[in-house]
Design a protein. Structure first.
Length: 293
């Protein structure tokens, strides 16, 4: 019996020691959330999120570091210059007096320091002709339609929605190992147009956001920028909505831009079909952007 008890203690000691060592190694190898704030580029974040290389051969680690350095340079090249070009269709549309206020508002947003750090590589087309939608985004180009018929407020709201698409499919995709947008998509979507079955209206900022994962991103982006404090209040009723709010705070607006602001001129509703239709003060919005110029 004594021999059995001694052997039991010996094996128990080995087992608990092994767990202790494993915990130490695991905690050392896996990065913690607080580390995000120490990195300025998404390439850096990608590297932090990648698992530690302690058990990988030195040659492999060196090759990965070389790969990472090349992509850091690639990322710097991509975002090294700010370029946003506005084109008019037809060309004489640029002289239309009804459009001048809209262009002035648009330029204030593009010139603001709130967005200048993102070094837009963006083309903007303004179309007088009607179309099935008020705006589209494709190939780094925002196209706005019916521009003379839209109010100044709706013109800017639609532009911000399309700018959300730009961040989604262009800015976030320029990462080394993965697309950061996938973090957002995975909160609500099984595929591009199939949402997770247990979700409800309260997990989305609008009905339009529920049409597909790309519109979900753009509508949520617009809500965060234009109605941040209202958005934050709604997160108390939905863990999914909370995760979406903090996605933008953590990965895009990391200098507290728009935090606790709202430019709304109407009471909060439990449901919106389209965030760009929500009433707001354009003057108040532009004043906020101008503070950052």
């Amino acid at each position: 019996m004594k021999w059995f008890f001694t052997r039991f203690l010996f094996h128990f000691f080995l087992f608990t020691s092994g767990i202790f060592v494993w915990v130490l190694v695991f905690n050392e190898n896996v990065p913690h959330e607080k580390e995000y704030s120490d990195y300025n580029s998404f390439t850096d974040i990608t590297y932090v999120e990648f698992t530690s290389w302690k058990e990988v051969e030195a040659e492999t680690r060196q090759k990965y570091q070389e790969f990472l350095n090349q992509n850091i340079q690639k990322e710097q090249d991509i975002f090294s210059g700010k370029k946003s070009t506005i084109s008019y269709f037809p060309e004489n549309l640029s002289q239309n007096s009804r459009l001048k206020n809209k262009i002035s508002s648009l330029q204030k947003i593009l010139d603001s320091e709130l967005f200048s750090s993102y070094h837009f590589d963006l083309f903007i087309e303004l179309h007088q002709t009607p179309y099935k939608v008020r705006g589209t985004f494709q190939n780094k180009t925002i196209k706005l339609f019916w521009v003379l018929d839209l109010s100044d407020e709706e013109f800017i709201a639609v532009f911000l929605h399309e700018l959300g698409h730009y961040f989604d499919v262009h800015y976030f995709e320029k990462r080394v190992l993965f697309d950061l947008s996938d973090r957002f998509y995975n909160l609500s979507w099984e595929s591009s147009r199939v949402m997770k079955s247990w979700l409800s209206n309260s997990d989305f900022v609008s009905g339009y956001a529920m049409t597909n994962k790309f519109e979900d991103f753009a509508e949520t982006f617009t809500y965060y920028v234009m109605y941040n404090s209202e958005f934050l209040e709604k997160t108390q009723d939905s863990e999914i909505l909370s995760e979406k709010y903090y996605f933008f705070q953590k990965f895009l607006f990391r200098n507290a831009e728009f935090l606790q602001t709202s430019f709304s001129t109407q009471e909060m509703k439990s449901y919106y079909w389209d965030i760009t239709k929500k009433a707001f003060s354009l003057e108040k919005l532009l004043n906020y952007f101008e503070k950052w110029i």
